[in-house]
Design a protein around this ligand. Structure first.
Ligand code: NAP
Length: 522
């Protein structure tokens, strides 16, 4: 039997008392470790985090907590090789894809350490200026932000066991709010190991950081009024969380990051073979294959002028054809596995569903696997589909509604810019769209047209060809989240992320009281 990963709750390492759920290598099919949360006293563990961890964190200033984030960065960097080994085994990712998760997580933590220093030696934040409430300026209102006195429960998806942890934990811990993380079972090992390293280093007060691996049963029941819940995963589970009695009856604040049918748009009047054309083809091929397309931000729909449909199909397909697929331990492999058999089946089913309204422009089935047994490995080649014509783009409702969480995207020809923008909006709200063109005025106006339905608009013009950070890369300085089917959540965006973990209150008082408040650090 493989090792059962211990959970950290109530200030103690505890192993579940159940039979355990095994985690597998998606390429070799071997069992790696087990997770089990059976028998944990969740209400007591949550209360411990709230009372011990929360009080200890709130006693510190932003600057002191920022220093703890910096110390955690050092611990994680020192153990980076172990994280790469776990990711290769449990997520089936090549090194570059592991970097997006592992190094991306550490970078985000480091960014919040730096941002936190700028908040100084305070225990709360002022929100805006004082405003007079009547004719006499003596009585005014000053908004303040103070950390919530609850826990932050994070329920995460399988595709980012490192980044998904730290992009949420960094702003929470900096805010002074203790964290309880429940990683997705399939890839829980990396999250558990990172938390273990940071806990064992004794950086944060006991109770500030807890990890529960295994079943989610009972987690939402342990939530109390001043707790917050941040969820990343499917729309179905999001609906269960949103409607949970703890949320509905206790007005618990919830952030949801769900699925998204993201897009890329090549603007009209772009010539085949132009720089913008090439930038689109390159970015689409990269987005389809990074992490085998298992990125919530990956491009799923590619909008191109109808006259360029064939040329773009050829340019993207030529790049996809070079993608070697298989065992990430083989240096020649450019794309590893899907995370498990359930995801492989889900991608295959999604492809069958989309193919009923599209044609195949590049067939993933033509890719033979390198160093991997097709009967065991959860690997698939990248597939590009297409809706054939502008009319086909209108008719193919499944393309605008369906997120296939793998290396799959659809080329969607449009008649004119207005048509393209209408089709993009049929995604019902997405995390990100990227625009490709060279005219600043047209790019700016298209960006504004799409801003209300997208958390992020990534504009790639030739002048930023080698500078831009990538359509799917989530930078801590920018907002992550999207309206509508993307979940309606907001994460990151620099210090904006701290709002979720603070309560806003308007203090109405005489100007002398408000001066004392502004000068106070406590
Ligand atoms: P999922 O099945 O919804 O699972 C997400 C998490 O919820 C897992 O930790 C899961 O635990 C837990 N969970 C399942 N049922 C629950 C319940 N009844 N109560 C509380 N927690 C529960 O999603 P997934 O398959 O892991 O993730 C893939 C999806 O996530 C994709 O659609 C993708 O677009 C989306 N995603 C979005 C973002 C974003 O930032 N917007 C990022 C990454 C992924 P178990 O694993 O133990 O079941």
């Amino acid at each position: 039997m493989t090792q059962k990963l211990p959970n950290f709750l109530n200030g103690q390492w505890q192993t579940g008392s159940g039979t355990g759920t095994p985690l597998f290598d998606p390429v070799l099919g071997t069992e790696l470790v087990q997770v089990d949360a059976t028998g944990l006293d969740l209400p007591a563990g949550f209360a411990f985090a709230r009372e011990q961890g929360g009080a200890a964190l709130r006693a510190l200033t932003y600057r002191q907590r920022a220093a703890m984030l910096s110390a955690a960065v050092k611990v994680l960097q020192a153990n980076r090789d172990a994280y790469y080994d776990i990711a290769t085994a449990n997520s089936g990712t090549i090194k570059n894809d592991t970097a997006v998760d592992v190094d991306g997580g550490i970078f985000t933590l480091g960014t919040y350490a730096k941002l936190g220093e700028s908040l100084g030696d305070r225990h709360f934040m002022l929100d805006g200026e004082a405003a007079r409430l009547g004719k006499d300026p003596l009585f005014q209102s000053q908004h303040v932000l103070t950390p919530t006195r609850g826990v932050a429960l994070f329920i995460n998806a399988f595709n980012f066991p490192s980044w998904g942890l730290w992009e949420k934990a960094a702003p929470a811990l900096l805010s002074g709010v203790p964290v309880i993380i429940k990683p997705a079972t399939a890839t829980a090992w990396l999250t558990q190991r990172m938390v273990q390293d940071v806990v064992d280093a004794g950086i944060f007060p006991v109770g500030a950081l807890s990890v529960i691996c295994g079943s989610s049963a009972g987690l939402m029941d342990a939530i109390e009024t001043f707790d917050v819940v941040s969820f990343t995963g499917s729309a179905e589970t999001a609906a269960v969380i949103r409607s949970h009695p703890s949320v509905v009856q206790k007005s618990v604040r919830v952030n949801i990051e769900a699925d998204s049918v993201n897009s890329a748009l090549l603007l009209p009047d772009t010539a085949a073979g132009s720089e913008s054309f090439d930038l689109l083809a390159k970015e689409v091929a990269r987005e389809m294959t990074v992490k085998s397309g298992q990125k919530c931000t990956a491009i799923r729909r590619i909008f191109v002028p109808e006259a360029l449909y064939t040329a773009v199909a050829q340019a993207i397909s030529a790049r996809l054809a070079k993608t070697t697929v298989g065992n990430p331990r083989n240096e020649s492999v450019r794309m590893g596995a899907l995370v498990n058999r359930a995801q492989l089946v889900s991608v295959q089913e999604g492809l069958v569903y989309l193919k009923q309204q599209t044609e195949i422009l590049h067939d993933g089935a033509t890719h033979s696997l390198v160093d991997a047994d097709a009967a065991v490995a959860c690997c698939v080649g990248p597939t590009l589909l297409g809706t054939r014509s502008a009319q086909g783009s209108d008719d193919a409702d499944r393309v605008h509604d369906t997120e296939v969480f793998g290396p799959v995207a659809t080329l969607v020809p449009y008649r004119d810019l207005a048509h393209a923008l209408t089709l993009i909006r049929r995604g019902q709200g997405s995390l990100v769209t990227s625009l490709y063109g060279s005219d600043p005025a047209t790019l700016a106006s298209a960006a504004l047209e799409l801003a209300d339905s997208h958390g992020r608009v990534h504009v790639i013009s030739p002048d930023v060809a080698v500078l831009h950070t990538g359509h799917g890369n989530v930078m801590p300085q920018s907002l992550h989240g999207g309206p509508g089917r993307a979940g309606g959540g907001e994460e990151l965006g620099g210090l904006r992320a701290l709002n979720f973990y603070h309560r806003r209150s308007a203090v109405q008082a005489s100007t002398s009281v408000l001066s004392a408040l502004s000068e106070s650090t406590n």
